[in-house]
Design a protein around this ligand. Sequence first.
Ligand code: ZN
Length: 261
Amino acid sequence: MTIRALVWGENVHERENAVVAGVYPDGMHNAIAAALNEDDGITARSTTLQEPEHGLTEEVLAETDVLLWWGHAAHGAVADDVVERVAEHVWSGMGLIALHSAHFAKIFKRLMGTPCNLTWREAGERERIWLTSRNHPIARGLPDHFELEQEEMYGEPFGIPEPMETVFVSWFQGGEVFRSGATWRRGAGNVFYFRPGHETYPTYYDANVRTVLRNAVHWAHNPAARVSGVTDAPNIPVEVALEPIEARGPKLHADGEEGFR
Ligand code: ZN
């Protein structure tokens, strides 16, 4: 069975900006899905913000192994209950790949728990991306460094929690550096952030970038069955404790109550 990838696209710039529409006439999400579908081991489709429930219903997420997220102008338009639903799927084992300006997506900030802020400049600078973890599965088949002739600059300090692994760092013509590829585990879910992908440049047609996307889907895929009840917090009564005990001391909670959230 192939890995089921879903590319979520905000789909705003492509419809409202002529430059972006010219670079990505079928939408950025479909360009990214096409890159993934070049891999026989991946079946990728796409959905957008404009779909009911942003295309991220319980049924859709249950059949998604790895979700890729591109958002920028409309982070605030993503409904909080959908964000929480996606987070629970990540905790239960779905992979998540946050792309470029998804550093400020609600779902990424929810999972990181930090501001995820950075410095930035839109000046068409050359970006040189260096492997910092040569044997990492996400770097498979890549040279030790590669370049994108024009990209937006993202610079440190990047307000993320310390990554599990840093796979790439970028250098920009203006002198800044940035942790461009970083991994985390959240519950049973694998999370990868990949920096390149500003909408006015043809970044998602770059062969090395497409290799990273495909490698990242394989890395983020957790083949184990989803963990159920990831947010449950059950009260375990005295009577069913694994060793015989007697309740003692004062009590705040009634037997069997749900507890506070
Ligand atoms: Zn950008």
